[in-house]
Design a protein around this ligand. Structure first.
Ligand code: IPE
Ligand code: IPE
Ligand code: MG
Length: 251
């Protein structure tokens, strides 16, 4: 992800280089507020996460209908490992159930599933299942990218290590390291930077998400909690995006 070029969403430029309002090519979502949704109902936090998986399914469909080619979902951060064990194992179980349940649908709808994050942290049986689905869907063009045991900083550390290895083995000179080289060593280097990042539940922070890739992303924060996020909220986010004037540092 983050090929180093400050690219624009599909067909967003006319011949004068002016922006036209059209849907984003890559939408990334910080899916927040499951715990509060559950608490409001007197339910355990896991009930909120379970309700949140239904939203994931809906959002995948909204993206397809809107012609969004890449959807990245922040499902579990490296910091989320500090949550109570019961919640962590519950989340991993939910994720496994979700991908098994929707595997056929992904294939039928021609969606490529992939994961970014520290794969070594993920329980081996779950990772094996994810990798199997990654392989069977690898040829599809539309993508759903799940950020799992992910943080922007840890992704950059992984990239720096890979680059350091190449410098050590002599295949890369230190002076050749530029933005393109850094971007090429991220977890999903072929994926363009997100045009739009949406965060639910009202928090105005980035929580270690896509730190390199968000350089020129547009942000949209909605107070709606993730399990309640619906089509109207998605449309509102796309409309807000369409009204933005993206200048990428230009005039
Ligand atoms: C987001 O919901 C899901 C994950 C981080 C896994 P939260 O669990 O953070 O919900 P709140 O923020 O406590 O409401
Ligand atoms: C961000 O939500 C991470 C995910 C959505 C997976 P958190 O709930 O973990 O973030 P903070 O604690 O509000 O920053
Ligand atoms: Mg939260």
């Amino acid at each position: 992800m983050g090929n180093g070029k400050l690219t624009m969403s599909d067909e967003t430029q006319n011949r004068d280089g002016k922006e036209l309002s059209i849907s984003p090519r890559h939408v990334a979502m910080i899916m927040d507020g499951n715990g509060r949704w559950a608490r409001q109902r007197g339910l355990p936090r896991l009930a909120g996460h379970e309700a949140g998986t239904e939203t994931v399914r809906r959002v995948m469909n909204y993206c397809r209908d809107a012609g969004v080619r890449y959807l990245t979902l922040y499902a579990f951060s490296t910091e989320n490992w500090s949550r109570p064990l019961e919640e962590v194992t519950g989340l991993m179980t939910l994720l496994g159930t979700f991908i098994r349940k929707h595997e056929e649908e992904l294939i039928e709808k021609q969606v490529r599933l992939r994961v970014i994050g520290n794969r070594a942290d993920i329980p081996a049986p779950l990772m094996a299942e994810i990798e199997r689905i990654e392989r069977t869907t690898a040829h599809f063009e539309r993508q759903v990218i799940i950020a799992l045991s992910y943080s922007g900083r840890s992704e950059l550390v992984r990239a720096v290590r890979k680059i350091a290895e190449r410098v050590r083995d002599g295949s890369l000179a230190p002076e050749s390291v530029d933005e393109g080289v850094v971007a090429a060593h991220l977890d999903a280097p072929d994926v363009p930077d997100p045009d739009l990042i949406v965060r639910t539940s009202g928090e105005m922070r980035v929580s270690n998400f896509l730190l390199w890739q968000c350089a020129y992303s547009e942000f949209h924060v909605t107070p709606v909690l993730w399990p309640d996020f619906g089509e109207k909220d998605f449309t509102e986010a796309l409309e807000a995006f369409a009204k933005r004037s993206r200048r990428f540092g230009g005039v």
